[in-house]
Design a protein around this ligand. Structure first.
Ligand code: 5MM
Length: 330
């Protein structure tokens, strides 16, 4: 496990975060539709090649999470695969290995993430082809009567089984239990559900003897629902997020890399900054970013409407802002 601990530490090394570019084909197609670009294997390859060839990206980005299609593609114009291109840049390669959140049987409006079947074999192949870490995302929805305890347990158990298979195959697992922002709930409800979820996730991780020093947690921040009327300050968000994590995340975990979850790029960076400004010297783990939308949104628009260069400028600008936020100096 020595190597895994080192990789986990490198993923969250001071001042760096992770770029989530692992949108599945349907999600990527949705993003492309929003900027009126046709989504096919070649356009997705062009877009991701633009992102990944951004000059100096490695100064702020420790690793990139890829979707299976991208993992096997080359950078446009080069003969090397994307994982080997990243390796040459000193950037770690991650791979999304869940196969998506599906309806949870007999639980209306709840989801269970699937992908455990043949996961061992897939991990062996990914490892042989250059994967350093993996990611699995569970989604928990807040509504009138949900989440149910059964949905949280089932997802937490799947996360633990995934993490165990990753560590068996020398891959660092990113454990992502996302309490969704969709809904009218207030910040207190998000706090309550996230606390309960993290508690059960770590119970299950311990039950399956996961080495906590060889994993990264990717949670949501504590926020009101997208359709809530509440408007808490960044300070309140940071305080509630930190308290929730402090109470539920063991100190052995080297790093917590937040998802952005639908916050604007500016807010996601500002809130990470507030967290680090308030707690930089008090926290046992690194607090950094593993954003998808909050790193890519503006870069995607420029890629679709202007040029590769403009797109790369946007990406490096966002990466730098979040680098500063991860050390509380934005
Ligand atoms: C980049 O999107 C990832 C894959 O999502 P789908 O399975 O829905 O295609 C997603 O898991 C992402 O890594 C996290 O949700 C964090 O992304 P955001 O955009 O919330 O920072």
């Amino acid at each position: 496990m020595k190597n895994l601990k080192l990789i986990a530490k490198k993923m969250v090394s001071e001042g760096k975060g992770i770029l989530a570019a692992d949108e599945s084909t349907p999600t990527c197609t949705k993003r492309f539709e929003s900027v009126k670009v046709e989504s096919n294997a070649s356009s997705r390859n062009r877009y991701r090649s633009t992102l990944l060839t951004t000059k100096n990206l490695e100064q702020y980005i420790s690793g990139v999470i890829l979707f299976d299609e991208t993992f096997h593609q080359n950078i446009i114009g080069l003969t090397k695969t994307i994982p080997s291109y990243l390796k040459d840049k000193g950037v770690l390669t991650g791979i999304k290995v869940d196969t998506g959140a599906k309806p949870f049987a007999q639980h209306k409006n709840e989801k269970i993430t699937e992908g455990l079947d043949d996961l061992r074999e897939r991990l062996i192949t990914y490892k042989n082809k250059g994967a350093d870490f993996a990611k699995w995302r569970a989604v928990i929805t807040i509504d009138k009567e949900i989440p149910s305890e059964s949905c949280i347990y089932a997802n937490a158990h799947a996360l633990a089984r995934y993490a165990s298979l990753c560590q068996e195959n020398n891959i660092v697992p990113i454990v992502e239990p996302e309490v969704l922002m969709e809904g009218e709930h207030g910040i207190e409800q998000c706090y309550k559900v996230t606390s309960q979820t993290l508690k059960i996730v770590f119970e299950q991780l311990k039950l399956l003897k996961i080495d906590l020093e060889s994993m990264i947690l990717k949670p949501n921040m504590i926020l009101p629902g997208l359709h809530s009327t509440e408007n808490p300050s960044d300070k309140v968000i940071a305080e509630m997020t930190f308290t929730c994590l402090k109470d539920n995340v063991p100190e052995e975990v080297p790093g917590i890399a937040f998802l952005s979850g639908g916050q604007s790029s500016d807010l996601a960076a500002q809130r990470l900054n507030t967290l680090n400004r308030l707690y930089f010297n008090k926290k046992p783990w690194q607090l950094t970013f593993s954003y998808g939308r909050a790193l890519q949104q503006e870069a995607l628009i420029k890629w679709a409407n202007q040029s590769d260069e403009e797109s790369q400028n946007e990406l490096i600008n966002r990466a730098k802002m979040n680098h500063l936020a991860s050390i509380g100096k934005l």
